[in-house]
Design a protein around this ligand. Sequence first.
Ligand SMILES: Cc1cc2nc3c(=O)[nH]c(=O)nc-3n(C[C@H](O)[C@H](O)[C@H](O)COP(=O)(O)OP(=O)(O)OC[C@H]3O[C@@H](n4cnc5c(N)ncnc54)[C@H](O)[C@@H]3O)c2cc1C
Length: 392
Amino acid sequence: MNHDFLPELAPFRAEIQDFLAAELPADIGARVLAGKRLRKEDITRWQRILHRRGWGAPSWPAEWGGPGWSTLQQIVFDDECAQAGAPPQIAFGLRMLAPVLMRFGTKEQRNRHLPGIANGDVWWCQGYSEPGSGSDLASLKTRAVRDGSAYVITGQKTWTTLAQHADWIFCLVRTDSAAKPQEGISFVLIDMHAPGVSVRPIITVDGEHEINEVWLDAVRVPLDQRVGAENQGWTIAKFLLGHERSNIAGAGVAKRELARLRELAAKPGTDGRAALDDPLFAARLAQLHIDALALEITQLRLVQREGPPGSESSMLKILGSELLQRISECLVHAAGAAALPFEHAAFEPDFDPVAGDDAALLAAKYGNLRKLSIYGGTNEIQHNILARALGL
Ligand SMILES: Cc1cc2nc3c(=O)[nH]c(=O)nc-3n(C[C@H](O)[C@H](O)[C@H](O)COP(=O)(O)OP(=O)(O)OC[C@H]3O[C@@H](n4cnc5c(N)ncnc54)[C@H](O)[C@@H]3O)c2cc1C
């Protein structure tokens, strides 16, 4: 089932589809569609292809080298990329740090950092969370002490996604311990290759290396690598989180995974019956389709409002993350025993790749996707934000 809620953008959509058909490397697309592991090279190769076409930074205004698209055009672009199996663009530089630099950074900071983000040469990660400071982010303890023209920074960040690939990290650090927690935080940019920075892997439930601890041991950071005024970090942090959450809806990915679910559910299992033959399963699938449409419409409605992302991005975060988690649960259900990890039959040459080979990854993926309701601020916290906005 495919609804086009933006018929006026049909020519634009067709342009994106033609580009994807011609330019998305087949090996990368196949890996994404099968839910396999992506390598750093896959992501940067695709970023460079997009950059060559002028689409490397879809959300940026033209003055900073973006295509200057409207928000609706960006949504169409994301939607088509996800459905075609393009790798996700890494959001840390493109969609989190870049808007911060455009709004709060100096001209030198923008000139230095924006080009490398757009062309895929420089990989960024996000150093917000610390042990004990996740939801309660304002309690963070990483300390930055002035020493001449630099800060000396010591502390530990955690859950840092893909830090093992990163060249730079944007961090929240405490520059005033005497002030109220929110008033003593600054936003700094740290070179991951600077002396005193070390990265330790955290292995997730699916056995993958996606997140890390980042240790900062007396790292010297020049004062001109602070973004905004000293102790203005909390304002910047909140501005950035609004952008993080509004891009987290994942409506295009939901459509892609629903198509995959439908295909898998229509295939007969070992007992000769397809999951779709079960009316209860068919009803669950129908409900997922309805919820995906509702998410898409809600997103389109919200982005057409004036002003920066506000508490409504919390709504998209909750709806989008829960939908993808429910789809992944149904995928495991539809694949049945084939979704069990370490399915030895997957090694057999005549093993059906749709019902078997790819299905062997589904349980791991199911485990991995529990993260969606935790990162970017947990869904409980998003409910709190919405409740406050509604005056409850
Ligand atoms: C896969 C993954 C990747 C991540 N990547 C990054 C990254 O790149 N950079 C980064 O900085 N961080 C990252 N994070 C960290 C993420 O933002 C935090 O995990 C998140 O904010 C929750 O913090 P916490 O883990 O300390 O849990 P806690 O804050 O300790 O929460 C524990 C539980 O208590 C609940 N809770 C806490 N406070 C309240 C409250 N006031 N009301 C109701 N319930 C509450 C939470 O909802 C949760 O269920 C990542 C996390 C994950 C899982």
